[in-house]
Design a protein around this ligand. Structure first.
Ligand SMILES: [Zn+2]
Length: 118
């Protein structure tokens, strides 16, 4: 007899388990530096550094303490077109059709968690 295991999606997703349920992380497959982007994005989430600024209608990713001191601004231009003002984004934005950096990935995960749990 074959036993089938079923994996029920969790009631609540957290920075700890989003890695198993995120659609946006799947998009990173095949992306150069994808693993580094994923690791850093999860760190922003776990340290609760992502916020939405209602006044400027943009997302802010605050710095990891002891790592750097810059807050980066992430903007959703719609249609899965995202912008960030970090150096890495500026470097890849000329080369990639859908440029991504750890800050954009962190915001995408943050949105996924908030939508899932709402
Ligand atoms: Zn960035």
């Amino acid at each position: 007899m074959i036993n089938f295991e079923t994996f029920e999606p969790p009631h609540t997703v957290t920075p700890g388990n989003i890695i198993y349920w995120s659609n946006s992380l799947r998009d990173l497959q095949g992306v150069t530096e994808g693993t580094a982007i994923k690791t850093k994005a999860l760190r922003f989430l776990k340290e609760d550094l992502v916020q939405y600024d209602r006044n400027i209608k943009k997302f802010l990713v605050n710095p990891i303490i002891g790592y750097n001191k810059t807050t980066y601004t992430v903007n959703n231009r719609g249609d899965n077109h995202w912008q960030c003002n970090c150096q890495f984004y500026n470097k890849v934005s000329y080369k990639w059709e859908h440029p991504i950096c750890s800050h954009i990935q962190a915001v995408k995960l943050w949105l996924e968690i908030n939508r899932w749990n709402s």
